[in-house]
Design a protein around this ligand. Structure first.
Ligand code: 13P
Length: 252
């Protein structure tokens, strides 16, 4: 059975004090929830990873990184490697977020290298992808998503998929307040699952969690999560407020 996941991508938000308060608040608000097969994840900034991990200790909250560099070490000022994340106990990393792709020039080829580096260090990957508004308008969205998956991930062997979570985030829905309709999300998630089945096996398709991201909030979470191929969400803005994030976790 694949896991349900609610993951908060904090992006470049929350200083050290705010990180402590937010983890504490989430911890308190999910304490009594029956989270049987549901993972709760937060992704703070690099500088606050250790703080968040300390605060999340002995709770079910998982603390993950938002990015990493593909090289082991060397002259890459300002970058962080998979080895470094692993050395402080991080187990999962988000890769390929649309902001990394569009603002920081991360290409499919770079992402494939990052994927390999993460897996070599036994890090699980939350791999993000999704089409731009123009792609959807021109009805190219399926082709765009297919090529992002093929170029970033389809070089992997089936066994590596035990460590991959997918996050479909249509760029036009990120931070815009405009959400894909539950039907649009389901349609794309079913398409992705079919690609996995064709490229790999039914087992890979059935066991890979596929999250939806893009303006998920308490008011729309339940309906989106009710779709059969949507296994949870990658949440931006609404993960920064305890009440909203907790309500989204309850929705799942
Ligand atoms: P919003 O939930 O703010 O639209 O952000 C989504 C996102 O980018 C999560 O990675």
């Amino acid at each position: 059975m694949r896991s349900k996941i609610v993951a908060g991508n904090w992006k470049m938000n929350n200083d050290n004090k705010q990180t402590k308060a937010l983890v504490k608040g989430i911890r308190k608000s999910i304490k009594k929830l029956p989270l049987n097969n549901t993972r709760v994840i937060v992704a703070p900034t690099f500088v606050n990873l250790s703080t968040a991990m300390k605060r999340a200790k002995k709770s079910t909250i998982e603390v993950v990184a938002q990015n990493m560099h593909q090289s082991k070490n060397g002259a890459f000022t300002g970058e962080i490697s998979a080895e470094m994340l692993k050395s402080i106990g991080v187990k999962t990393v988000i890769l390929g977020h649309s902001e990394r792709r569009s603002l920081f020039g991360e290409t499919d080829a770079i992402l494939a290298e990052k994927v390999n580096a993460a897996l070599e260090n036994e890090l699980e990957i939350i791999f993000c992808f999704g089409e731009q508004l123009a792609d959807r308008k021109s009805e190219n969205h399926f082709d765009v998503v297919k090529s992002q998956l093929e170029n970033g991930l389809f070089h992997l062997e089936a066994i590596s998929w035990n460590n991959i979570v997918l996050a479909y985030e249509p760029v036009w829905a990120i931070g815009t307040g405009e959400t894909a309709s539950p039907e649009q999300a389901q349609e794309m998630h079913a398409f992705i699952r079919k690609l996995l089945q064709e490229k790999y096996t039914t087992a890979v398709a059935d066991t890979t969690s596929i999250l939806y991201g893009g303006s998920v909030k308490p008011s729309n979470a339940e309906e989106i999560f009710s779709k059969k191929d949507v296994d949870g969400g990658l949440i931006g803005g609404a993960s920064l407020k305890v009440e909203d994030f907790a309500a989204i976790i309850k929705a799942i």
